[in-house]
Design a protein around this ligand. Structure first.
Ligand code: 6PG
Length: 244
C-alpha cells in the first residue's frame, strides 16, 4: 500500500497513527510490541509526534514495547550521527520506558562483534535459535536518494546475506562500516512501514516502485515482507509515481 500525504508532518502523523494501532493490537494479542526503529532524519518527526500528541502518548503501550533499531552508524551513542541518540532525544527522554526495553546496537564496538552481539540479543529476546527468523511486529524503514534502506546500500555485501539477522556492512561511499538488519530478517516482519519524504527521492522512488527489478542498484526493492508493507510518502517524493 502506498499512502501519499501532503508533507512530512502529515506523513509522520499518519505513520504515528498506524504505529500506535499496530502496538495496541500486538499488546492485546501477545502482551508485547516489538518494533525496530529506523534512523536518519525523517522518522524524527514521527518519534516527536508519539510523545507530543497527547492522544498518541496516552494510547501507546509504552511499558509493553521493546525498541530495537534496523541499523546504526558505527559511532558512540551520544554522537550526533547516532540513530539511538536521535530516538532518545526525540522520544525516550519524554516517556517512562525502562532501559531493559531499549535494545541499542553497541555500534561503538568492533562492527563484526557489535553485529554478532545484536543478533544474539534479538534471538534471546524472541527466544529462538538459528536458523529460525524472529518476526518483529513492525519495522520502520527510510529510503535514501540512492535507493538504500536500513544500511543496505547499493552494491554492498550485506545485500546478499541470507542467513544472518544482523551484519556489519562496509559502505565505501561513506568509507565506514554500518550495522544493519538483513533482508531475511526485515522480510520476516509482520509489518514494514517506509517513510519517504523529499523531492530528492522522487526519481529513485519511481524506479524502486515502478521501474524494472534491479535490487543491486535499488536495495529497497528487496523489501517484500511476509506481512504488511505500507509506504508513507509525501507529495514531493511521490510526484513521479503513476498510481492507478
Ligand atoms: C540511517 C537510516 C537510513 C535512512 C535513509 C533515509 O541510518 O541513515 O537507517 O536507511 O532511513 O538514509 O534517511 P533520511 O530519512 O535522513 O532521508
Amino acid at each position: 500500500m502506498i499512502r501519499i500525504l501532503k508533507n512530512l508532518d502529515q506523513v509522520s502523523s499518519a505513520a504515528a497513527e498506524e504505529l500506535v494501532k499496530s502496538a495496541v493490537s500486538a499488546v492485546e494479542k501477545r502482551g508485547v510490541f516489538r518494533i525496530a526503529l529506523s534512523g536518519g532524519s525523517t522518522p524524527k518527526t514521527l518519534f516527536s509526534n508519539l510523545v507530543s500528541d497527547q492522544e498518541f502518548k496516552k494510547q501507546m503501550p509504552w511499558q509493553s514495547t521493546h525498541f530495537f533499531w534496523s541499523d546504526e552508524r558505527t559511532v558512540p551513542p551520544d554522537h550526533a550521527d547516532s540513530n539511538f541518540r536521535m530516538a532518545r532525544e526525540a522520544m525516550f527522554k519524554h516517556v517512562e520506558v525502562s532501559e531493559t526495553q531499549i535494545h541499542r546496537i553497541h555500534a561503538e564496538e568492533d562492527p563484526n562483534h557489535a553485529a554478532e552481539e545484536y543478533e544474539k540479543e534479538i534471538r534471546k529476546h524472541f527466544n529462538i535459535s538459528a536458523p529460525q527468523l524472529p518476526s518483529f511486529d513492525l519495522i520502520l524503514l527510510g529510503m535514501g536518494p540512492d535507493g538504500h534502506t536500513a544500511s543496505l546500500f547499493p552494491g554492498t555485501e550485506a545485500l546478499k546475506e541470507q542467513k544472518r539477522l544482523v551484519v556489519s556492512n562496509w559502505v565505501s561511499k561513506f568509507n565506514t562500516h554500518r550495522i544493519t538488519f538483513t533482508v531475511p530478517l526485515i522480510n520476516h516482519a509482520a509489518a514494514v512501514m517506509f517513510l519517504v519524504c523529499g523531492e530528492d527521492k522522487a526519481a529513485t522512488l519511481k524506479a524502486v516502485l515502478e521501474g524494472p527489478r534491479d535490487p543491486e542498484v535499488y536495495p529497497s526493492q528487496l523489501i517484500k515482507p511476509d506481512g504488511d508493507l505500507i509506504w508513507f510518502v509525501d507529495q514531493a517524493a511521490g510526484k513521479l509515481l503513476e498510481l492507478d
